[in-house]
Each structure stands twice: as C-alpha cells, then as structure tokens.
Write a protein that binds this ligand. Structure first.
Ligand code: PMP
Length: 426
C-alpha cells in the first residue's frame, strides 16, 4: 500500500532534534527502512535489499515461528523470576543442552552489554580480583565496566584502570608466522605474569568481530586459558557475535579453539532482534557469586523473552541452519577467493560459516580505507547490505541471517565482482 516516503533530510532533521549526538548511520546514503522478512529488507520507497550483514537476525527477519512465540506469550503472561513459570525453565534447559555439561547455570539479562557486565561481576566475586585481560581492538559492551575492557571504543592514549590490554593478534605482512606468534605468546605470558595479583581473568571473542572478523591464531586461546588458570583466573568466551551455530562447523566459537571456558557471554542473535542476553557459567562460579549482593533483573528471564529465545533455538534445529551456515559459508569463501585471485587489492578472505571478512589493500587509485568504503557503499547502491570494520575500516563484513542461501551468495559475489571491475577501470 501507498506509504509516505520521508526524505533523508527530514529524517536527519528529526533525529538531530531529539536523539543523542553519538548515533551514527550506515552508508553515504542512509536508508529509511520499513519492513523486513527473512534475509530481505524493504525501504520506504519499496526497494528490496539483500541483508548480508545483520547477524542479530539469526533465523531471518521477522521469522514467523519467533514472532508467533512473542505474540502468543505476551498475550498470556509477562512477569519476572520471582514466580514459577514454565518458559524460563524450558528455555534454560534447551539452551544449556547446547553447551558442554560443566556450563550448567544460566543468568538471563537484556543485552550483550548487561551479560558482559554481569560476567565481570562474577569474575570479581569468584577471584576477589578486579582486572580483566582483554585483547586490543576487542569490544564487549557499553556499560561502564564493559567499555573499560573494550579498547575498540577507546581513544588513543586513554587509560585502562580495570583492564590489562594484550596486543592485537594479527600478523603484520613483514613477519613470518612462527616468529611473530612466538613473540605474541611471550608478550601475553609476560603481561599475565606481571599482573596476576590483579587479574580476575580473560575475556576474548574466538573470532574478533569489531577487530575485523579476525579469527584468533590457532593455539592462542588454549595457551592463554592455561596461563590464566595457573593462578586461579577465569576464562570468558564472548560469543555475542559468533555463537548459536553461525560459524557452521561449530555451535560456539570456543569449540573452534578447542577450549572450555568458565563463562560464556551471549546476546545479539539470541532473541533474533528481541533484546535478550545471558551469562552461562559453572556451578562453582555461580556459588561464589551468590555470596555477594542478590542478583535480580526486572526483565531478564521474563516469559516472553524466554519463549522467543526458545523459538530461535527451535528454528535453528528444525531448519538445519547451522549446516546451511557451513555450506553457504564454504561456498562464499570459495567464490570470494576466486575473486581475490583476480584483484590484487583483496588481501584476505577469512572467517567461518556465515561470519566472514574480506580485507582490502590499497587499490589502483585509492587507499585501503577508501576502497573498502567504496565497495560497501556501491554494494548498498546495488541493494546489498554489508558493513565495515577492522583497523582503518578496511574489512568488509559479511554476517547475514543464516537463511542466506546459495542464490543470495551468488548475487553477493556477482555484485562484488561488478564493483571490483569498476575499481579496476579507475
Ligand atoms: N560483545 C560483543 C562481541 C559485541 O559485538 C557486542 C555488540 N556489538 C556486545 C558484546 C554488546 O552487546 P549489546 O550491544 O547487545 O549490548
């Protein structure tokens, strides 16, 4: 039906009048979104966009099984954890069945940030120490304690009163792997040893999202977990971006690195757009935490959120979406590597399943940052949504809803190729 199309200028004027200043927009030509379904989004003018970017919509935008669960439950009951109700138990049991046995306790909150914050509190309660080891360029949340361990959002030379920041684990082009990795490990070991009287633990993403879709080097997490545990610290895996089967071969990123964390932080895809997050942990840590102030969240674990979370798990299982992520992801990597062979400014295609990054180098006329921005904006103009991140925003990020299929992959690769051909002609 006919809808009023509001101009970008009008939106901008209204936003700047009433919304806080620090909000940014995607693309040189921002989009006024109206509707979405599965891997597609529709703007106010009726254009269809292929969403190759939104990793929150794990099972697809507005998936009917999830929206039905939301509507059905919100019509019947919404309350909090101070009552008995089935939804929280059904969901907790289902969610924990996706984890190894030692991760047997779940705390529900309303965002990835709230989950990180809670994980920090728990680490402090369990160890009696305050600082967290984190990785340079990592991001873990927007609360005060989350931002303190998120170098991604820090300005240069800012201090870290509650964090110990380890080096960004990316090999520079001029180093050979073995010597670089040896130095990296030694650097981390020294940091851990120097700070062990203050460190409560380590938090890391198995593949760094904001760091530019960068998988941690093989062996790094295993080595760090050993060092941290040697002095009683806890190991936290931030699975906010990579969890729930997105990596294809693995349900959780920690499996990729063959480690078993003491705590897992969950968010984004967990509610397919509904604000829900969680900390999953061990009985021992849960017991230490219970010695401190009572934990209560007004919304965390409410029946509506739990029904939604459970519906998301059911769709992933019923539709075989983890396998689809593995298949379509492998196909995309293969196709993009084919492109990389033709265009010298693609440095690397990396990631796993439907969590991929294409790192750009300088092109014929543009530096790497300009080239990646051009690529992302031209794809947007071709009605495909992707994003940018990593040092200098040189990495094109691809992390679509897992219903993204082979035909979608072909469209993405073909349009990417079209933009790259244009770049060649500059
Ligand atoms: N951890 C990671 C790895 C994230 O990417 C994010 C969000 N970008 C968060 C935590 C925080 O999640 P939220 O925005 O839901 O608070």
């Amino acid at each position: 039906h006919a809808q009023k199309v509001i101009s970008a200028g009008e939106y901008q004027e209204r936003r700047s009048r009433v919304l806080g200043k620090s909000l940014s927009l995607s693309y040189q030509q921002p989009i006024g979104m109206r509707r979405a379904a599965m891997q597609y989004m529709f703007d106010a003018a009726g254009n269809t966009f292929l969403d190759a970017y939104n990793n929150i919509m794990l099972v697809g935008h507005c998936h009917p099984h999830v929206t039905e669960a939301a509507a059905r439950t919100s019509r019947r009951l919404n309350t909090n954890t101070r009552y008995y109700y089935d939804e929280i138990l059904d969901y907790a049991e289902h969610l924990l069945s996706w984890f190894p046995d030692h991760l047997s306790q779940v705390y529900f909150v309303n965002s990835g940030s709230a989950a990180t914050d809670l994980a920090i509190r728990m680490s402090r309660a369990h160890t009696g120490k305050n600082k967290m080891l984190c990785l340079d360029r990592g991001y873990h949340g927007n609360t005060q304690s989350g931002i303190e361990i998120s170098p991604y959002k820090h300005h240069k030379d800012q201090e870290y009163p509650n964090a110990v920041v380890g080096p960004f684990p990316k090999k520079p082009a001029n180093r050979d792997w073995d010597s670089w990795y040896g130095d990296l490990l030694e650097n981390y070991r020294n940091l851990i040893q120097r700070n062990q009287n203050d460190l409560s633990g380590l938090i890391a993403e198995p593949i760094m999202g904001c760091g530019g879709q960068l998988p941690l080097p093989e062996g790094l997490l295993k080595a760090l977990y050993t060092e941290i545990r040697n002095f009683g610290g806890v190991c936290i895996s931030d699975e906010v971006q990579v969890g729930f089967g997105r990596l294809g071969q693995w349900k959780w990123g920690f499996e990729m690195h063959q480690v078993l964390p003491d705590m897992v932080v969950l968010g984004k895809p967990m509610g397919n757009g509904h604000p829900i997050g969680a900390v999953v942990t061990t009985r021992e840590i849960s017991e230490s935490f219970a010695q401190g102030p009572e934990f209560f969240s007004s919304f965390g674990g409410n029946p509506v959120s739990c029904a939604i979370g459970k519906a998301v798990l059911e769709v992933v299982e019923a539709e075989g979406l983890q396998q689809q992520a593995a298949n379509v992801g492998a196909y995309l990597i293969h196709e993009f590597e084919g492109l990389a062979a033709n265009y010298s400014w693609i440095k690397e295609v990396r990631g796993s399943g439907l969590f991929l990054g294409i790192e750009c180098l300088a092109g014929p006329k543009q530096n790497a940052t300009e080239l990646a921005a051009y690529l992302c904006n031209e794809l947007r103009n071709a009605h495909i949504l992707t994003g940018l991140d990593g040092p200098g925003n040189t990495v094109l990020k691809i992390k679509p809803p897992l219903v993204f299929n082979r035909a979608n992959a072909d469209q993405l690769v073909e349009e990417t190729n079209n933009v790259m051909r244009k770049i060649n002609q500059f």
